[in-house]
Design a protein. Structure first.
Length: 255
């Protein structure tokens, strides 16, 4: 019997406005850090990454691109986890908002930051090992999302990982309850709307198919999250020649 799910919303979130007031944005980025940890999105991303990491020799360099990085908290958490697993991590975070990147630069100086407007990614083909999108796919409409997935596939040598909300009544009702917590205006408004803008597993499979990601796997992670993983393959355990392989990177600091 098909699972009943709410209809997908196309209303824009406040965070998707052309420009977000800096104080409200900083407040929202702090809220998103807490919400991301509460949902466990980075832990889900790491579960997908582990099999790919095991193919690398101990101490090998691993470059990660975190798209729509916001304040960089998810990227930093992921980088720390990969470092603890025994690899040398090179982190790139990208976002469209200059103010968000300024916040990320102060909070996480180990991140190399890029400003751009998705879906276009300002990187060469196979520039990084793994391209990651955490809790952001729902910000893209069905006509836009496949282009972003294609770009992620283009710039990644090894794989693509997407972790996002899955649209469900449990997710929507949970977001409504969570919106009454100690959050700022953006989080209170956008949280329930994000739950309604999110895609179902079947819809994500269709987006991946349109993007040409043959063999992509879409899995649910409890009632709230889903993951999309796609193994690109690539050029052995090292780095292909690109602008980042010769860069001196700050060390990843993990608390």
């Amino acid at each position: 019997m098909p699972i009943s799910r709410p209809r997908r919303s196309t209303r824009a979130e406040l965070l998707d406005a052309p420009d977000v007031e800096p104080v409200a944005l900083a407040e929202n980025l702090r809220d998103l850090r807490s919400i991301g940890r509460l949902l466990g999105s980075t832990a889900q991303c790491l579960r997908v990454l582990r099999p790919w990491l095991r193919q690398l020799p101990p101490g090998a360099p691993v470059s990660l691109l975190d798209i729509a990085t916001g304040g960089g908290d998810g990227a930093a958490l992921l980088g720390c986890a990969v470092r603890r697993a025994g690899y040398r991590v090179q982190l790139i975070g990208s976002d469209r908002l200059a103010a968000a990147l300024q916040y990320a630069a102060l909070a996480h100086p180990q991140l190399h930051l890029l400003r751009h407007v998705a879906p276009a990614l300002p990187l060469a083909d196979q520039a990084v090992d793994i391209a990651v999108l955490q809790l952001a796919l729902h910000h893209f409409e069905p006509a836009e999302a496949p282009a972003l997935l294609r770009e992620m596939t283009r710039v990644a040598r090894r794989g693509v990982v997407v972790v996002d909300l899955q649209r469900s009544w449990a997710g929507y009702l949970g977001a409504r309850l969570l919106s009454h917590g100690p959050w700022g205006e953006l989080a209170r408004h956008d949280g329930p709307l994000s739950a309604l803008r999110a895609y179902t597993p079947a819809e994500v499979r269709q987006l991946a198919a349109v993007a040409g990601m043959v063999g992509a796997q879409v899995m649910t992670a409890g009632p709230l999250l889903l993951t999309l993983s796609y193994s690109v393959g690539g050029s052995g355990s090292g780095f292909a020649a690109n602008a980042y392989s010769s860069t001196t990177w700050p060390p990843i600091r993990c608390s």
